[in-house]
Design a protein around this ligand. Sequence first.
Ligand code: BV8
Ligand code: ZN
Length: 248
Amino acid sequence: MPPAKALSLDDPRLRRALASRHVVCLTGAGISAESGIPTFRGAEGLWKRFRPEELANFEAFLANPELVWEWYRFRRDKIGAALPNAGHRALASWQGRSEGGFHLITQNVDGLHQRAGSTDVIELHGNIWNDRCLECGARRASTADDAAAVPRCACGGNMRPDVVWFGEWLPEAALAKSFVLARECEVFLSVGTSAVVQPAADLPLLAKRHGACLIEINPEPTPISGSADFNFFAPAGDVLPILLEAAA
Ligand code: BV8
Ligand code: ZN
């Protein structure tokens, strides 16, 4: 574990940052780790057991839609059995009392932020609970009782999980809003992300370049750790409730 920068909640710069009414938070898979959902690149990560090239891209889906759906159903089962953790709840509380001064952007597709009470969550990579038709583009909430190996649309087309795969564009409005928020915020929290997947990984540094105080929460260092004003090398579920209290 790298030496944490001398951290004290009494630091006046940190206290000023926590009092800000222009806070943006970007989360990644790490914030759901304490809910029992595997991350992608960690020691027990999904990419250690499954090859993303075979599962999280459009060509893989066309080649073997049954296998890709089997993987997403496996993940839906794990996510369905999981509960939001203290980190999710702290972010929902922070938003709840910020009178519009707190925005949440997530790379996660698990929907746990919404289940914790966060609203207007900007989902950059889609949502695992929704399906989208390859033929007509119709979107629908997944139907758990849809036992077909590859769910079908009313138009007869095959459905795919409504998530963003590698090599696919992110939802335009969500990404555009995220860049505006990153440029305009006073404080940017990067929580539980390895900060390697683009374009989401650009957001923390964009905020920093526009004068924001960058706070990173991650037990491990990432490519943006050196740029952060404050690093909390600890689990999000431990740190976020403490920051929330200090921000009160
Ligand atoms: C795009 C699917 C434009 C949804 C995912 C070559 C060709 C094509 C594209 C590229 C290319 N080279 C680069 C790119 C861009 C590519 C990219 O960035 N690749 C990287 C890997 C180099 N990006 C894309 O393709 C994006 N689209 O660029 O479109 C385009 C279009 C056409 C052609 C070219 C470009 C699409 C990116 C989205 C891909 N979809 N998943 C799903 O099934 O889930 S990726 C996957 O990574 C997830 O979506 C996830 O959200 C995302 C980021 O990962 P993290 O969330 O950060 O998770 P990770 O496991 O990595 O890290 C977890 C962290 O948590 C760790 O640091 C760990 O220490 C920490 N942690 C653990 N426990 C805790 C904790 N932290 C706090 N508390 C804890 N308790
Ligand atoms: Zn259709």
